[in-house]
Design a protein around this ligand. Structure first.
Ligand code: NAG
Ligand code: NAG
Ligand code: NAG
Ligand code: NAG
Length: 395
């Protein structure tokens, strides 16, 4: 990504002794293309070019050669009608690679982005078979040349594979979770929410939701690599269950800190401290969002130095201080979406997916985070993404 910063500003900041934070400048756009997965029986990655004005234009669908799926909604005992995977990061972008899980066929697909036309992606090698069931979340590290997938069916846990320019190598289980789940799992509680790398790619973090109806608080797993440059993990993770939390869901590491910002669907969000000596995670701040219903996804905005969260059942975007100490802004949207799921902040914009509700189309809301207003509501049906669509990643 390239940010152009007025030279006089940089010089002034340096001269004043302030660490020039280029990321803090309200750049117009940092994104070139956005990716979601349709998560339909025949699964597609939908890629949409982002214009220099931050808006979405056109778009194409590329087969993953895998199958999507949906969780069983524990309140109805029927397939979930939206938020089908109940996870964050089912699509992940790093450098010029896109990764997507196929929840219904237990595979991971890897694609290369055409850097001259980033909505064009092509599969690299074969999809990798995952030694587990119902994969919902993926992350990757170029430093470790490793991709890891969290799965939450009858066999729940995390597996990782090395990747090269020729594709993914064999996936190997690194963590097993005794969730007593089925395939597909009954959720959204008591399932894996997200995997991500933290602490300069020295730790793999997995959030596992609890279930307030059974006093199960869930946990955060931290798995360290054996050393600074191998792709081998230690044999055991460290799991922290945090009193006062119940359904820890999607989150993000706050850059240049040892803090994690993780939503909790039962009350709002948490700022957590990751101790890189003990690998324990502790609660630093808990932010209760009034009238929230299911706050599940979070993204860090470099441009604003804050975190944005969405609620699966409310059409609004909430901005929270990165240390979780207070709500900074609430943007009530009026585009008719029943709620918002995964989101990403890039440059001065925030992009959030709504899977719709079957009648209302799936769409992406684009918000100018500095002006605090929606600049686009982009419908996805024409691209083949409907109520089961999940994930949102940006190149
Ligand atoms: C899963 O089932 C086993 C055996 O019945 C039980 O010991 C364990 O506590 C259960 N775990 C959860 C998370 O319910
Ligand atoms: C959960 O914990 C509370 C407080 O300890 C207790 O009153 C309640 O009965 C427990 N519920 C279940 C389902 O175990
Ligand atoms: C957003 O909507 C909520 C609930 O309707 C309301 O309480 C709040 O004041 C609104 N916030 C703004 C900034 O409009
Ligand atoms: C979707 O939401 C709209 C607006 O609330 C409602 O009119 C419609 O009946 C809903 N559709 C379904 C399938 O629930």
């Amino acid at each position: 990504m390239h940010f152009s910063v007025p030279i006089h500003l940089t010089v002034a900041l340096l001269a004043s002794g302030i660490n020039a934070n280029l990321d803090a400048c309200p750049v117009r756009s940092g994104g070139k293309a956005l990716y979601v997965q349709s998560n339909e029986q025949q699964n597609y990655v939908i890629s949409i070019p982002i214009g220099s004005d931050g808006k979405l234009y056109g778009g194409i669908a590329t087969l993953t050669n895998g199958m999507g799926s949906d969780i069983i909604d524990g309140t109805t005992n029927a397939p979930a009608e939206s938020d089908a995977l109940s996870s964050q990061s089912s699509v992940f972008v790093i450098d010029d690679l896109v990764f997507a899980v196929n929840a219904g066929s237990n595979t991971l697909s890897m694609f290369k982005i055409d850097t001259s036309d980033p909505s064009k992606i092509s599969m690299v090698g074969e999809s990798a078979a995952i030694p587990g069931e119902f994969p919902v979340t993926v992350t990757a590290s170029t430093k470790r040349k490793t991709a890891c997938v969290g799965y939450t069916g009858a066999k729940a846990g995390v597996s990782c594979a090395k990747f090269t320019e020729h594709g993914l190598q064999q996936m190997k289980a690194v963590l097993d979770f005794e969730l007593n789940q089925t395939t597909p799992p009954v959720g959204p509680t008591n399932t894996v929410a997200q995997v991500f790398f933290a602490a300069s790619d020295t730790r793999l973090v997995t959030t596992v939701k609890g279930d307030p109806t059974t006093n199960n608080t869930g946990f955060i797993s931290v798995l360290a690599f054996q050393d600074s440059d191998s792709s081998m993990f230690q044999s055991h993770d460290v799991r922290s269950s945090l009193p006062g939390t119940a359904v820890l869901f999607g989150g993000v590491e706050i850059p240049h800190t040892s803090e994690l910002f993780i939503t909790d669907a039962s009350f709002g969000a948490t700022a957590l401290n990751l101790n890189t000596v003990t690998d324990r995670v502790s609660l630093k701040n808990k932010i209760v969002i009034e009238n929230q219903q299911a706050t599940c996804w979070a993204t860090y905005s470099r441009a604003r130095g804050s975190v944005f969260v969405t609620d699966a059942a409310l059409d609004r975007l909430i901005e929270i201080k990165a240390d979780g100490s207070k709500i900074l802004s609430t943007l009530n949207l009026t585009n008719g979406d029943p709620g918002l799921t995964e989101l990403k902040a890039v440059g001065r914009f925030v992009y959030a997916l709504s899977p719709g509700n079957g009648t209302i189309e799936a769409s992406i809301t684009v918000v100018d985070a500095f002006e605090g207003r929606q600049i686009q509501h982009f419908e996805l049906e024409k691209l083949g993404a409907g109520q089961r669509s999940q994930g949102l990643a940006i190149y």
